[in-house]
Every structure is written in C-alpha cells, then in structure tokens.
Design a protein around this ligand. Structure first.
Ligand SMILES: Cc1ncc(COP(=O)(O)O)c(C=O)c1O
Length: 408
C-alpha cells in the first residue's frame, strides 16, 4: 500500500521543517534518511578510494560502487551494467553525448532534430556540436499547448539528413510524457539515433531503455532522492565503444606511452577518469532501493493524482491560468492573473511554500506557451492532497498588495 505518512516520516527535511510545503522536486528532491545514512556511513566508517587500494575497506567500497552500476541498470531496464556511466549529473551526461556525437558522426549539412521544450542542458551542447560540425539544428513543431506532435515529427524526416534526435522524456516545464518508444522507432527507421533527456522522467515513471529502444539516456541522482554530484549516462554498448571520453586521467586507461599513445580501458571505465563522487554513487544505490520498495508505478500514479487534483482546483479559480492540463508527471505550471510570478513566489515563500518561478531553463518555450515567466509546482512521492488544499486556499487569497508586501 502507498502510505504517504510513512514515506514522509523517512524524510528528515519534512520532520525538521513541519511547516514546509516543498513543491520544487523537479529542481531537486528531498532525501530519505537511508540515503543520508549511506553517505554518512561512507565518511564515518568506510572512507577509501575505489579500484585503487589493496585493503579491505577499498575492496568493499569498490564492490558497493560497482554494485550500484548493476542496480541502476536494473532500474532502467538495461541488460548490461557496462552501459551505465557515472557522471556528475544529467548535464555532464548530455554534454558527453553531444560533444562525442558531434565529433564522430556529424558532418556539414546533417540535422540535429530537437524541440523548443528543451532544458538548456539538452540544447546548448547540441548548439555547440552543430557549430563545430557544420550540422543544422531543426525543431519538431509542437502542438499549441506544447505537447508532442507525432505526425509533425514523422514529417521532419522527409528529405532531411537527421542524424540524431535530442528530446526530453518529460518536459521540466509542462510535465507531458513524450511517446519515446514511437520517437525511437521512427528515428531508427530513418537511420537516426535518439538521445533522451530523462532528468524528469526517471525519478517519476518506470523506465525501460530496452523496450523503448533508447540509444542514449541521461539523468541525475539528486532529482530521484539521491545525492547531488552524480548523474548517469546510459548508452548502447557499441555506441559507448565508438565514443571518446571528455576527460582523461587515472582509472580510465590501461597503459600510456612516452609517444603520447593512450590505451583506454573498456566502457564504462574509460569515461570515469579521476576519483568519482563515491559517496554519491553509494547514496544513489540507497535511493533506488527506496524507490523500488515504494514502487515506481505507485509513485507515478501518486504524482499524477496530485497534479490532476491541483490542476482541477486551479481550474475553478478565475485568477489563474494553467499551462499544462493533462500533465502526468507531477508538474503543474501556472500564473496568477496580473501578478508577476516571482512576486507570487515570494508570498508563497512567506507562507512556507516552496515553488520555482521563471523560465525554468527552457528559454525557447515561452514563445510556445505565450508566457515569459511561470510558476511551477512539482510534486513527488512525499507530497499530500492536504498540502495542495493549503496551497489552493493561499492562492485564492493572493493579491498584488500581499505579494508586494512579502517582497519588501
Ligand atoms: C529536463 C532537464 N534536463 C536536464 C537538467 C539538468 O540536470 P542537472 O542540473 O542535474 O545536470 C534538468 C534540471 O533541472 C532538467 O529538468
């Protein structure tokens, strides 16, 4: 059974801040006690570097680190743990793909197909790849509400040299779940590869890279209950084999010679030069165990119910515009009429409610939804309907004057 009170009890941030209503999990999630304990345990009881020491603690930590690779692979439906590369975050994972793909596979006139939904981290690296290779960036036309339009996507492949499709599984502003399985199938039929930004999907919905046939998937630990400073790049093994690392150094090479020749190790080691965020990777293991104990289906259902409940309540209010009715991934983006989003957020903050405002790093999307700044409430497994009720009561009561007073 999904017991939200039990879940809330395991989050110290909730226990220690009884008044806090945290609706900003798309930016970063709160962490359960088990994740914190794992990180502290590494510092207090088992500090050692991995893959380097000839003593028990180093062996044990190395084993736990490598075991997390297996756990992550299982969590996203990847059969081979060697397809899992640990990075510093989704941004680093996406840069690794774009920089490499640009160098190895793009030539002048090729097309990188993306969308105006993108978070900066899944578009700026592709801008650079295009600049360096002479490839062109093109955008899939979206529906008026910003949702994905599969027939427009299919049309994009007519007479185009699309080599790579870079899209989010879930938009961090609108929360719509893109039809990734069809996106991959259509791209593959047209000899293109697909890079999916999974930063907002992996924490919220069950993921299966094999079923979807995803070529590259990037996500961050800190958005899925794990520590900051750790990300994942999943890629099909033959693609990883063809790619070069961005960083070179200890741990990634088998040998090197005076003449500058480097013999790199196989994936994933060749992509993990230097000491990684060991405690973060161990913490990610605990985060995934926690998510799996609760159940990803249940988490996804809970977040969808919360966002539907909130959007329905907002819909009854004359002073509110909702931009993403039908969003399924726990994200509701809205504005209060005549009130600047950041002023509203200050008023909410004064009432212990944390939300995010602005363009949410998706700086092309305002043209599509016709709003330069929005308020984003994002929910996760520890949020409740009662918290939403309190927020709705506050929104009903929000005026320009109260917002301005809270800023002053
Ligand atoms: C859709 C999306 N992609 C990528 C990122 C970047 O993630 P990180 O900052 O953890 O690298 C974010 C972060 O908010 C995001 O929402």
């Amino acid at each position: 059974m999904f017991d939200v009170n039990k879940i809330r009890d395991s989050f110290p941030m909730i226990r220690n801040n009884p008044e806090l209503i945290y609706f900003d999990s798309s930016a970063t999630s709160l962490k359960p006690q088990c994740v914190i304990d794992t990180v502290v345990n590494y510092y207090e009881k088992e500090t050692a570097n991995i893959h380097r020491g000839d003593y028990d603690i180093s062996f044990d930590v190395s084993k736990a680190y490598d075991n997390t690779r297996k756990t992550v692979a299982g969590f996203i439906g990847a059969q081979d743990p060697n397809c899992i590369v640990f990075t510093s975050g989704a941004t680093a994972s996406l840069n690794t793909v774009a920089i490499n793909f640009g160098k190895k596979f793009l030539t002048e006139g090729d097309v990188i197909l993306t969308s105006e939904l993108e978070h900066a981290s899944n578009i700026l690296p592709w801008f650079k790849a295009a600049e360096e290779s002479g490839a062109k960036i093109e955008y899939v036309p979206l529906n008026v509400d910003g949702s994905f339009n599969l027939s427009e996507y299919v049309k994009c492949f007519e007479n185009k040299r699309i080599k790579i499709v870079a899209l989010p599984y879930v938009s961090n502003v609108l929360g719509y779940i893109n039809p990734v399985k069809q996106i991959c199938r259509i791209a593959h039929e047209n000899h293109a590869l697909v890079c999916i930004d999974g930063a907002q999907s992996v924490p919220h919905i069950p993921t299966n890279v094999k079923e979807d046939d995803i070529d590259f998937l990037a996500f961050s630990s800190h958005k899925m209950l794990g520590p900051s400073g750790v990300g994942v790049l999943y890629a099909k093994f033959d693609l990883l084999n063809q790619m070069d690392p961005i960083f070179y150094g200890g741990g990634s090479n088998a040998r090197f010679f005076k003449n500058g020749e480097i013999m790199l190790k196989n994936s994933p080691d060749k992509f993990e030069a230097g000491t990684p965020c060991i405690e973060g990777v161990l913490g990610l293991q605990s985060a995934i165990e926690y998510l799996e104990t609760v159940g990803m289906e249940k988490i996804s259902e809970h977040c969808e119910q919360l966002s539907n409940y909130f959007a329905d309540k907002l819909n009854d209010l004359a002073n509110v515009t909702v931009y993403n009715r039908g969003s399924k991934a726990g994200i509701v983006t809205f504005n209060l009429k005549q009130i600047f989003a950041q002023d509203a957020a200050s008023y909410f903050n004064a009432n212990h409610i944390s939300v995010r405002t602005g363009n949410h790093c998706a700086k092309l999307l305002p043209n599509i939804i016709n709003a330069s700044e929005t308020i984003r409430a994002s929910f996760y497994l520890y949020n409740t309907f009662e918290e939403i009720d309190r927020f709705v009561e506050l929104i009903k009561d929000t005026t320009i004057e109260k917002c301005v007073d809270s800023v002053l």
